[in-house]
Write a protein that binds this ligand. Sequence first.
Ligand SMILES: Nc1ncnc2c1ncn2[C@@H]1O[C@H](COP(=O)(O)OP(=O)(O)OP(=O)(O)O)[C@@H](O)[C@H]1O
Ligand SMILES: [Mg+2]
Length: 264
Amino acid sequence: MKAILQIEQVEMTFQTQKGPFHALRDVSININRGEFISIIGHSDCGKSTLLNIIAGLHRATRGGVILEGQEVCEPGPDRAVVFQNHSLLPWFSVYGNVQLAVDKVFRQNMTRAERHEWVMHNLELVHMEDARDKRPAEISGGMKQRVGIARALAMKPKVLLLDEPMGALDALTRASLQDSILEIHSGQHSTIVMITHDVDEAVLLSDRIVMMSNGPAATIAEILNVELPRPRNRVELADDGAYNHYRAEVLRFLYQNKGKQILN
Ligand SMILES: Nc1ncnc2c1ncn2[C@@H]1O[C@H](COP(=O)(O)OP(=O)(O)OP(=O)(O)O)[C@@H](O)[C@H]1O
Ligand SMILES: [Mg+2]
């Protein structure tokens, strides 16, 4: 597989009122096309900072991010982000929220009818076509996240960036959205980078789990290759020895690094 995204020696120092704060040091990883990467680590270790650098929302103090050979300098539709707290526009319908993104990106190269088809196709991918006329206030948190994912996918991003998209959901809603993300990943061959705090979620979805050391000056401490065949089924995996081994590895990492700074 070929790397679509190269993260090279990323350093991040924020200037704060109390002086410089060294958030990330020497973060490097190559991400392959079609790969599903999870980033896991204790709170405050710089996961969102790293994702925001990939998105182009923050500029790394040193090092950088290269997407298909081009350096990332600003946000763009080729790197769509979904945050934990759905960011839908409240006065637009479900359809309208996705349509807005599609019009922005594809007004020049799709007809109105094609754009309509494309909005509906993406709503279908997340099973939200029946709620197309509802407003965000009329749908549940899980449904809002589905619409956020549809909106992100509709921009045909080269990389989909998910910052704890299921963090605020109850367990059942979360499981159902995880299944949809698995379906989308296998059906669309999407390249996905997702932050999560949930060990089962990381193992179920990922090809690799990037485990970050605690901050300040956090970095990649370990990378776990999850070599479970796809398609993956959560019920079957619950009793699977390899699945439980991976799960135990991540738990061990998080437990060992609880509340302490790792020195290399
Ligand atoms: N704009 C900023 N200015 C100053 N410091 C910042 C800024 N953004 C983040 N930080 C600091 O960088 C560190 C990492 O923050 P970040 O939000 O990336 O952590 P995180 O791993 O995503 O945490 P969580 O799991 O709680 O979401 C924190 O100590 C945070 O206070
Ligand atoms: Mg965060």
